[in-house]
Design a binder for this molecule. Structure first.
Ligand code: GCU
Length: 325
C-alpha cells in the first residue's frame, strides 16, 4: 500500500515537473556520438538533454547513442544528412569532407592559444562555419572544447618529428590531418575512433594523437605508454542538427534546443578544464610517460604546409584566423 502511494506521489511529482502528456506528444531527438560515457563531452550532452527537457517542460527529449553505437563520425554525419538521426556530436575533422572550411581546425599551430581559439569560435568565423553546412543538410548548434591534440605511441617516445619517421600514426578521416603527419615524417593511417584500440593493440598502427580525456576514456593508454605533448592542433567538437529535423521543429522548439545547447557550452568548458587536469594525473598513475617536447621542432616541420594551403578554401579561413588579433 505504502509503495502504491509512493508510486502515485512520484508520478504526480513528475507530472507537475514535466507535464502529463502521452508519449506521442513528446518530441524525442536521437543523438549519436563516438565517445565513451565517462568522457566529459558525453556529460555535457547529458546536461544539454536535461536542459532541453526542463525548458520544454518535458515536451522535448534527447536520446543519446554513445560509443560509436551508430557508427563512425563520418557514418553518423551521413545518417544525419539522411534524417536517420537528428543530432550528431562530432569532431570537426571528419566534417572537412562536407564543409571544407572546417579544415581550418586540422591545420597545425594556427591558434596562438586557448584565448585566440575561443575568440575565433565565438566570433564571426566560428559562427559562419556553424552555418556553412546548411546546403549539406548540416546545421551547427554549438562548439565544445576538445583541448589540444598530441601524439601517443606504443614502442617509442616522440621527442621530435624525427621520431615519427617510419611510424604509422592513426589520423581522423581528414585530409589536413593526413597532410600534417606526412609533413612531419610519419605515415598517416586514417581509421575510425571505434577501431583504434584494436588497431593499436594488434600493431596495425604504432600510435595516434588526441587530447588527454580521449586518451584516458578510450583506454588507449593501456597500449600506448608515451604521451608527447606537442599540442599540434586544436580541433573542436561540434553538435550538429540535420536541417530536415530543424525545419520540422516549431519556432519555440528551436529556441529551447538552441538555448539548451548554448548553456551546455560553459558547463562543458569548465568540466573540460577540470577533467584535463585530473586526466594527466590518472595517466601518470597508469604508467604513461608524459613528454614535453620542444614544440618549435614540430612547428618548423609543418612550416611549408601553411604555405601550401594558400589559395584553398581552408587556406582562406586560415588567413582570417591568423589575422584575428
Ligand atoms: C576526439 C573527439 C572525437 C573524435 C576523436 C577521434 O576525441 O572528441 O569526437 O572521435 O577525437 O580522434 O576520432
Amino acid at each position: 500500500m505504502f509503495h502504491l502511494k509512493m508510486g502515485w506521489m512520484l508520478w504526480l511529482g513528475s507530472c507537475l515537473l514535466l507535464g502529463c502528456r502521452p508519449e506521442s506528444d513528446i518530441k524525442v531527438l536521437r543523438l549519436a556520438h563516438t565517445l565513451d560515457t565517462t568522457h566529459p563531452v558525453h556529460a555535457a550532452l547529458v546536461f544539454m538533454a536535461k536542459e532541453l527537457e526542463t525548458r520544454s517542460a518535458g515536451r522535448m527529449r534527447i536520446k543519446i547513442y554513445p560509443g560509436s553505437q551508430l557508427g563512425s563520425e563520418r557514418e553518423t554525419i551521413e545518417l544525419l544528412q539522411l534524417g536517420a538521426v537528428d543530432l550528431v556530436k562530432t569532431s570537426t575533422s571528419p566534417l572537412e569532407g562536407f564543409i571544407p572550411g572546417m579544415g581550418i581546425f586540422g591545420i597545425p599551430y594556427v591558434f596562438r592559444g586557448s584565448e585566440h581559439f575561443w575568440k575565433v569560435l565565438e566570433g564571426e568565423i566560428g559562427q559562419e562555419l556553424l552555418s556553412a553546412g546548411v546546403h549539406q543538410k548540416l546545421k551547427g548548434l554549438c562548439y565544445y572544447d576538445a583541448g589540444s591534440r598530441s601524439f601517443y605511441t606504443k614502442e617509442k617516445a616522440v621527442r621530435s618529428p624525427e621520431d615519427l619517421k617510419g611510424l604509422k600514426i592513426r589520423v581522423q578521416n581528414s585530409r589536413t590531418s593526413m597532410q600534417m603527419i606526412d609533413s612531419m615524417g610519419g605515415a598517416a593511417t586514417p581509421l575510425s575512433f571505434g577501431e583504434l584500440y584494436s588497431a593499436l593493440d594488434q600493431g596495425v598502427v604504432d600510435g595516434a594523437e588526441n587530447n588527454p580525456p580521449s586518451l584516458l576514456s578510450s583506454r588507449h593508454y593501456e597500449v600506448c605508454k608515451f604521451y608527447s605533448l606537442d599540442e599540434h592542433t586544436m580541433v573542436p567538437d561540434v553538435v550538429l542538427i540535420g536541417t530536415e529535423t530543424w525545419d520540422r521543429l516549431t519556432q519555440e522548439q528551436r529556441q529551447w534546443l538552441q538555448e539548451a545547447a548554448d548553456v551546455s557550452v560553459p558547463f562543458q568548458r569548465d568540466l573540460w578544464a577540470a577533467k584535463t587536469k585530473e586526466t594527466m594525473t590518472a595517466l601518470e598513475k597508469a604508467g604513461v610517460e608524459i613528454i614535453y617536447p620542444d614544440k618549435s621542432l614540430f612547428q618548423k616541420a609543418v612550416a611549408s604546409l601553411h604555405a601550401g594551403f594558400e589559395g584553398t578554401e581552408a587556406g582562406r579561413w586560415m588567413q582570417r584566423v591568423l589575422e584575428l588579433p
